[in-house]
Design a protein around this ligand. Structure first.
Ligand SMILES: Cc1cc2nc3c(=O)[nH]c(=O)nc-3n(C[C@H](O)[C@H](O)[C@H](O)COP(=O)(O)O)c2cc1C
Length: 181
């Protein structure tokens, strides 16, 4: 199984990237394509610019989604919304057509330094990604990252249990035969 993973952040110290990394530990047997959204930086989307066509990076991002069997993502929240870096990718890709995620099963996560765990952007993504043809199988949000995550792992036992439950649900949905108990 091929998994494409990314964090919705262009920060070199992204905590969402850390969370994605920790989820990928549960998929050791899979082929992983871990994207850095910095590699998909494009001019700020505008209806004027798109008249000249779409940047190669928009096609490359869509291709990465299309070529995966499943998608693991964690969204960073800036001012109660997507980061500009991710939203720009979403806008460019959506103008090619809305089928960005090709009905691939998605584990959708979020984390932030705050207690609401980037709940606003999680709400936005939960509503929007299915419109971009993601099959959002399950979600997980990690609050107050600094308190609950250390050395690549979730430290709070209840949150870890919830995280692992969601990972198992996702695995079963992705590939019921391979991941049967
Ligand atoms: C411009 C800016 C706006 C932010 N707004 C929010 C916010 O609305 N909600 C929130 O929970 N955290 C907010 N934060 C804090 C982020 O959760 C924190 O920077 C986190 O590390 C972002 O995730 P990342 O490290 O994966 O980029 C904001 C941070 C920045 C730089």
């Amino acid at each position: 199984m091929k998994i494409t993973a990314f964090a919705g952040s262009n920060s070199s110290t992204s905590i969402n990237r850390e969370l994605v990394k920790s989820a990928l530990e549960y998929f050791q047997d899979c082929e992983i394509n871990f994207l850095d959204i910095n590699d998909f930086e494009m001019p700020i989307f505008s209806v004027d610019r798109e008249k000249k066509g779409y940047p190669d990076q928009a096609y490359a991002f869509r291709k990465a989604m299309e070529e995966s069997d499943a998608i693991i993502v964690s969204m960073a929240e800036h001012n109660r919304s997507y980061t500009v870096a991710f939203k720009n990718i979403l806008d460019w890709c959506s103008r090619i057509d809305m089928n960005i995620f090709c009905e691939k099963p998605m584990l959708l996560m979020s984390t932030s330094t705050g207690a609401f765990a980037a709940g606003n952007v999680m709400g936005l993504a939960k509503a929007m990604f299915p419109r971009c043809h993601a099959k959002v199988v399950t979600t997980f949000s990690l609050p107050t990252f600094e308190e609950n995550f250390k050395d690549g792992k979730i430290t709070d036992s209840l949150l870890l249990k919830e995280f692992e439950t969601q990972i198992e649900l996702f695995k079963k949905e992705c590939n019921p035969e391979v991941f049967e108990d």
